[in-house]
Design a protein around this ligand. Structure first.
Ligand code: FES
Ligand code: FES
Length: 163
């Protein structure tokens, strides 16, 4: 008789909403977010921790969700790009990306925005070097990065860290 593959239950909070999800042991956090919860703003690029497209915030820290097993997110708080707006208003980082023309194909954008948000929560007015370091794990094939740097600088002007 064929043995059923084991299933695990993961309980976590995503964008302030609690979830209880049944997953296979090898399911990644990225697959949980996209395939189980249907939150497809988080992108899969390389699947190997090299492009940053799959970045989400785990307890406020940017992580590559393709490298984390879903079970490792047990009990943690996750924020995806869908959870960034508050009360129907875009996060100032999202608005700055629009205002500075920092989005072209948009594939890298959710991860970039989330890493920038985490930076600005930690350092409300980062300098150029700190901004570059914060997005150093993100690849963008379209923009040439200048507009992205401008957008994050702009979001830092008058920035207030989120609650
Ligand atoms: S898809 Fe996770 S780092 Fe590229
Ligand atoms: S906007 Fe296309 S990869 Fe960055």
């Amino acid at each position: 008789m064929k043995e059923d593959s084991p299933e695990l239950i993961v309980q976590l909070v995503v964008n302030d909403r609690p979830y209880r999800v049944v997953v296979a042991p090898q399911t990644t956090l990225l697959q949980l977010i996209r395939d189980h919860l249907g939150l497809t703003g988080t992108k899969e690029g390389c699947g190997k921790g090299q492009c940053g497209a799959c970045t989400v915030l785990m307890d406020g820290q940017p992580v590559n969700s393709c490298l984390i097993l879903a079970v490792q997110a047990q009990g943690h708080r996750i924020v995806t790009i869908e959870g960034l707006e508050q009360d129907g208003e875009l996060d100032p980082v999202q608005q700055a990306f629009i205002d500075e023309g920092a989005v072209q194909c948009g594939f890298c954008t959710p991860g970039m925005v989330l890493s920038a948000r985490a930076l600005l929560d930690r350092l409300p007015h980062p300098d150029e070097g700190q901004i570059k370091e914060a997005i150093s794990g993100h690849l963008c094939r379209c923009t040439g990065y200048s507009a992205i740097l401008r957008a994050i600088r702009r979001a830092g002007e008058g920035n207030k860290p989120r609650k």
